[in-house]
Design a protein around this ligand. Structure first.
Ligand SMILES: Nc1ncnc2c1ncn2[C@@H]1O[C@H](COP(=O)(O)OP(=O)(O)OP(=O)(O)O)[C@@H](O)[C@H]1O
Ligand SMILES: [Mg+2]
Length: 344
């Protein structure tokens, strides 16, 4: 197998939705039954990219940017308006069944498990659907059970699982047939810090050890920083960035916000390289840190040696503010909105 040959190829891929607009009020609604009016929405606008075997790609953008629509075309759920997508040389929407055998999909917003069945039975049904032999299934399940700590969950009906538990089971379900490509559409949505971390660790290991190609959609900057070497950013259906995450970090994510609580409220911060005080309130201060001037670790250790600190946290700029930044001026960060945090 040629490792450098793209496993995913997307050419001028476009999806236009036609939506019926109904009139206002009762009369308008009746009228629109006879005179149908439509609006066209270009969800994905002639995009091009390719992904090599073993890559871990972040696919991000604001709400409505077209991420899920792209994933649906790549997984064969939607047929494009024009252009082509190929997975492993196969057109997914023309060979839906065959393609399904070669890919795994998780939609964080929706489960693919049977609500009332115990987890174990859902997995077994999927084994039959994907025609996975018993020995292969047992081997794969043994691995997944250990990695995702599934044992305590197997006999519980899906509807009784917490969100984090359900997500671990959904990820397992997508991997029962050991696919070489995995699409994850917001797998960490709504999860707490620990649940996010365990899923992140698992995905990183799978990509590293098994060489699984992963496309991950997320709104969480920490997911991207920890997992995705490459990033594709979508804005209103168009790709506005496709490069290494490091390039984005260097050019667009050089600012972080530090929130510090000191023991004394008359603490004066001067001459810490890369630090500007943006707000003060009693013992609390909000600082802006520029990574192009100093490392965040150095700054924290300077602060900790010079002052008595009660609490400190670092906040990353949100994906949305980075996108706005790329789009608006491609250099300086605008006033950003921050998402938590050091370890989330
Ligand atoms: N089945 C559909 N019919 C009509 N319009 C749709 C349909 N699916 C998506 N759209 C529209 O296409 C655009 C892109 O939607 P999509 O779900 O791909 O966005 P997204 O990037 O996944 O957003 P989010 O971050 O909110 O999940 C939106 O304007 C959405 O309203
Ligand atoms: Mg979506």
């Amino acid at each position: 197998m040629n490792k450098d040959k793209p496993i995913i190829e997307v050419n001028d891929l476009k999806k236009v939705f036609k939506i019926h607009i109904s009139g206002d009020g009762f009369a308008g609604k009746v009228k629109s039954l006879f005179q149908r009016k439509y609006k066209l929405i270009t969800a994905v606008n002639a995009i091009n990219f390719s992904v090599r075997r073993g890559e871990f790609v972040g696919y991000v953008g604001e709400n409505g940017a077209g991420k899920s629509t792209t994933i649906k075309m790549l997984t064969g759920i939607l047929v494009p308006t024009s252009g082509t997508a190929k997975i492993n040389g196969m057109i997914p929407y023309e060979n839906r069944k065959k393609n399904a055998e070669k890919i795994g999909v998780v939609f964080g917003q929706r489960t693919q498990l049977w609500w009332d069945l115990p987890v174990r039975e859902s997995f077994d049904l999927l084994r039959i659907i994907f025609r996975v032999s018993r020995p292969l299934y047992d081997r794969q399940m043994e691995k997944l059970e250990k990695a995702l700590d599934l044992k305590p969950l197997l006999d519980i009906p899906v509807r009784k699982l917490s969100l984090g538990q359900r997500m671990r089971c959904d990820i397992t379900a997508s991997l029962i047939h050991n696919p070489p490509v995995l699409f994850l559409d917001e797998p960490t949505i709504g999860l707490d810090v620990l649940a996010k971390e365990s899923i992140r660790n698992f995905l990183a290991e799978m990509n590293r050890e098994e060489g699984t190609t992963i496309i991950l959609t997320t709104h969480d900057m920490n997911d991207i920083e920890h997992l995705c070497k490459r990033l594709i950013i979508l804005d209103e259906g168009r790709i506005i960035f496709d490069d290494e995450t490091a390039v984005l970090k260097k050019n667009f994510i050089h600012e972080k916000q530090i929130e510090v609580e000191f023991y004394e409220d008359d603490t004066v911060i001067t001459e810490v390289p890369g630090i500007t005080v943006i707000r003060e309130e009693g013992c609390k201060k909000w600082l802006k840190h520029d990574n192009n001037i100093s490392g965040i670790g150095d700054v924290i250790s300077v602060l900790a040696t010079r002052f008595k600190i009660k609490d400190i946290s670092v906040k990353e700029p949100s994906v949305e503010s980075i996108i706005r930044n790329i789009y608006d001026n491609r250099i300086a960060l605008p006033p950003v909105t921050y998402q938590n945090s050091l370890s989330a």
